[in-house]
Design a protein around this ligand. Structure first.
Ligand code: NI
Length: 182
């Protein structure tokens, strides 16, 4: 296990399309996933994509903290996805604030589909499919965008909401829901 260096916006590895993983059960992929989890926890963040640690492969890790709104929501446990594919289940998008470990100390309002299905391979080689809504859907869209060379500012429709997190703390609380570092 090792904590890996995180690439920041501007590094070419974040701008390219990552390569598919041929064998999800390859021990090299499992070592990568373990290091990504350790790096994500150290940062700390709630999601990380392999290009963010300079590895141009289609691998992401994330979790969703539970009880975000005090509603007893159990969240989503630590998940590693290989070759994930996101399919929107609605045309409806909502904006929410996002951050990214590749743009430290910054945040912005990003529109995301509110309901998706994602399919992937798991580290044991099994196929996996899950539906997600709201913040869970946001996190998965953010992480999977990294695999296509897309950083959240490229999804923003109102760049006046993009800025340093410390400054954005001054905006009302309701728009901070969805705080995310991935
Ligand atoms: Ni990110």
């Amino acid at each position: 296990m090792a904590i890996l260096k995180i690439a920041r916006m501007g590094h070419p590895v974040l701008a390219r399309r990552a390569d598919s993983v041929e064998d999800p059960t390859d021990p090299e992929i499992h070592f990568l996933i373990n290091d990504m989890i350790e790096t994500m926890r150290d940062a700390p963040g709630i999601g990380l994509a392999a290009p963010q640690v300079h590895v141009a492969k289609r691998v992401v890790v994330f979790y969703v903290p539970g009880d975000r709104s005090g509603d007893g929501d159990p969240g989503v446990g630590l998940t590693a996805l290989i070759n994930p594919v996101v399919e929107p289940l609605t045309d409806h998008r909502e904006v929410g604030i996002e951050g990214c470990l590749s743009l430290p100390n910054m945040a912005g309002q990003v529109p995301r589909f509110t309901k998706i299905r994602y399919t992937a391979q798991l580290p044991n080689g099994d196929s996996f499919s899950r539906e997600a809504e709201g913040y869970h859907a946001r996190v998965v869209q953010h992480e999977c965008d990294h695999l296509d060379g897309i950083l959240y500012p490229m999804r923003m429709e109102n760049l006046s909401t993009f800025g340093y997190s410390e400054e954005l703390q001054k905006v009302p609380d309701e728009v901070k829901e969805g705080d995310h570092d991935g």
